[in-house]
Ligand binder design. Structure first.
Ligand code: SME
Length: 244
């Protein structure tokens, strides 16, 4: 590994964990799946000894240990292993636990995006667009969708209601599942890697607040089961979050 890349890894990654056991199933974790004893960065009070040991083991030349991997968890919460066919009832319980005790929109939206992105495999984008007044209001489109917290590449900032998959889901207040984005008239290509997409309207107490958009680099990535599972996860997010 190039020195620069190695330096970056050393800054970001500092813990060795058995690769077979997902973090959330290991002992010594709190109800969120976090190990608050030894996973915090040193600047947040973590134990520097853990970092030293992890790096020493991970970078010993010629002594690769296939039973261990460096994990990338440097945050308070950890997500389950990404899955092609997620267990949505399990994800629902984990999500409720992660969001418990916090009602802030930006905070919960950021956590929700990261949770979805890291729990479901074959995704290249997952994030929110929130309803705002249109930049150029017309009788037809009085609202725009403005980019919110997301995971993935830089995306389109503003999408008018009715445009693209997101604008269609917002205008029609329904989930739009697109098996092949190239076959969707008006699809907005933020990331050329995207092949399929699902956009779910974010509705609480009958009011539309935006949409949640998920992109995949695989054709036909999302099934009807994904749709109902994701709709339920978004409804949990909506229920525990304040929008005003
Ligand atoms: N594809 C979306 C635009 C948003 S990006 O995918 C992040 C659309 O057609 O509305």
């Amino acid at each position: 590994m190039a020195n620069k890349a190695l330096a970056t890894r050393q800054r970001m990654q500092f813990r060795v964990e058995p690769s077979q056991t997902p973090l959330h199933k290991r002992g010594g974790h709190n109800k969120y799946g976090s190990n608050t004893r030894n996973t915090l960065p040193t600047y947040l009070g973590g134990n520097p000894a853990n970092k030293k040991t992890a790096l020493a083991q991970a970078h010993k030349p010629g002594k690769a240990d296939t039973s261990t991997i460096l994990t990338r968890e440097t945050t308070m919460f950890t997500s389950p292993d990404a899955s092609d066919k997620p267990d949505y009832p399990v994800l629902a319980r984990q999500l409720a636990s992660i969001l418990e005790g916090e009602r802030n929109l930006i905070t919960n939206a950021a956590q929700f995006s990261a949770f979805i992105y890291s729990s479901i495999s074959n995704l290249n984008w997952a994030g929110f667009y929130f309803c705002v007044d249109a930049s150029k209001p017309t009788a037809e489109f009085a609202h725009d969708l403005l980019l919110g917290p997301f995971q993935g590449k830089v995306a389109c900032t503003r999408i008018p209601f009715g445009r693209g998959v997101c604008g269609t889901a917002a205008a029609e207040r329904r989930t739009v599942l697109v098996a092949d984005v190239h076959a969707f008239p008006g699809h907005i290509a933020c990331d050329s890697a995207s092949e399929s997409e699902i956009v779910i309207p974010l509705i609480k107490d009958g009011e539309l607040y935006g949409v949640f958009d998920i992109d995949s680099p695989r054709l036909e990535r999302f099934s009807a089961e994904d749709q109902s599972g994701l709709e339920n996860l978004l409804s949990i997010f909506a229920a525990v979050t304040d929008f005003r």
